[in-house]
Design a protein around this ligand. Structure first.
Ligand SMILES: NC(=O)c1ccc[n+]([C@@H]2O[C@H](COP(=O)([O-])OP(=O)(O)OC[C@H]3O[C@@H](n4cnc5c(N)ncnc54)[C@H](OP(=O)(O)O)[C@@H]3O)[C@@H](O)[C@H]2O)c1
Length: 360
């Protein structure tokens, strides 16, 4: 394939963790070019302070300057991509303001939102999950859910994509194949335990990410339900499945990574080989999903990569599916880039590492 015309990308939330990771990945992308790392801190922070790990040292751009440049690009008739790596609630506010400003030209912008703002299609489910009405209701139906392994056809050429949550990515890769194959008992509880690293909480220091309390420590949270369960519920509905989900999250002394253990009740006897065959079939040909023949998924295999590593086994009447991903790559910026590749007609794997760091 000859290298296509570059598409400029405006990245909002420029100083955040996911922004830093997307900027790193963009350095190796043949056709997506950073137009602006849009940051509220543009006046105060220079490139060095923003993301010192990046060799390309992208300078932060002020919101107004970046938006003017985007308008100019669109006035020239060019394409553009926008990624929102903003906190929940801020992305919908930013996109609705930007849309109003761009008018009809907004239709030519490929938008990926990394926040939770456009992930849930049903406004009632959104309100119940996030504690209030949606801030940009009319735009909600425009968004396609951005998990390529389950929604690739809809993502090709899509204009608006809501990238899934990091826990939600692992949960869906674990549970949807078996649900789709109709081998699970939807009356018994589906138990999912997810463990996350501190980068899941963003760049700002918080009590739960402060090193003396996080390092060598471990705790559970969201015992009464985690917001990402709603994304799995939504995914299962596509296959007519409603099951009692019990997801419990844990904070682990890791920086990157999610490890999920799903214990799913079987509706009928199944061997490990039969169960694994369901997963290898559904994920056959997937560039970023590896179903292990032996051994167990480990964070070090996937950290720094866009790969999800799965282990499948059956014990008695329970199917165990283990998933390891890097929350800020496959669970965040890598997935956003995978979606952008599909949206813009680029090869899906462009700019995305498949090998993990090995040590992390
Ligand atoms: N971390 C993960 O593992 C992960 C995975 C999947 C999805 N997500 C979601 O992706 C989004 C970005 O995550 P992140 O981890 O990169 O977060 P983050 O490190 O906290 O970065 C968010 C950035 O948004 C900007 N911002 C704009 N308005 C803000 C406001 N009112 N309050 C605070 N910050 C504001 C800030 O950048 P400027 O000051 O430079 O403008 C901030 O650095 C979040 O919605 C998060 O839930 C995170």
């Amino acid at each position: 394939m000859t290298t296509p015309e570059p598409v400029p990308l405006w990245l909002y939330g420029g100083s955040g963790l996911l922004a830093g990771e997307l900027l790193r990945l963009l350095e190796a992308h043949p056709a997506l070019q950073l137009a602006a790392a849009v940051s509220r801190k543009a006046e105060k922070a220079d490139a060095e302070a923003l993301h010192p790990h990046l060799a390309s040292r992208p300078a932060p751009a002020a919101v107004e300057d970046a938006q003017k440049a985007l308008e100019t690009q669109l006035a020239r008739g060019g394409r553009a991509a926008v990624v929102f790596a903003l906190p929940h609630g801020q992305a919908a506010a930013a996109w609705s303001a930007l849309r109003a400003r761009l008018g009809a030209a907004a239709e030519r912008v490929a938008v990926v939102d990394l926040s939770a703002d456009y992930r849930l299609r049903d406004p009632q489910r959104f309100a119940a999950t996030y504690g209030g009405p949606h801030g940009d209701l009319s735009e909600l139906p425009q968004f396609v859910y951005g998990l390529p392994e389950l929604h690739r056809a809809k993502l090709r050429g899509a204009r608006r994509v809501a990238a899934p949550g990091c826990f939600a990515t692992a949960m869906q890769l674990a549970a949807v194949p078996a649900a789709r194959a109709e081998v699970l008992d939807a009356k018994a509880p589906w138990i999912l335990y997810g463990i996350t690293g501190s980068s899941g909480s963003g760049a700002e220091p918080k009590p739960g990410t402060h090193h003396p309390y996080r390092n060598n420590n471990f705790w559970a949270y969201s015992l009464d339900g985690h917001r990402h369960e709603a994304e799995l519920e939504q995914a299962l509905e596509e296959y007519g499945v409603r099951a009692p989900l019990h997801f419990v999250a844990h904070s682990a002394p890791l920086t990157r990574g999610i490890h999920l253990t799903a214990a799913l009740p079987l509706a009928r006897p199944l061997t490990t080989a039969q169960a694994r065959a369901i997963y290898t079939e559904i994920f056959s040909g997937e560039p970023f999903v590896e179903v292990l023949e032996s051994g167990v998924p480990e964070i070090r295999r996937v950290a720094g990569s866009n790969r999800a590593c799965l282990g499948v086994s059956v014990r008695g009447s329970v199917l165990h599916v283990l998933v390891a991903i890097d929350n800020i790559v496959k669970g965040g910026s890598g997935q956003a880039l995978q979606c952008l590749n599909l949206m813009l007609g680029f090869p899906e794997t462009w700019g995305l590492p498949r090998s993990g760091l090995g040590v992390c």
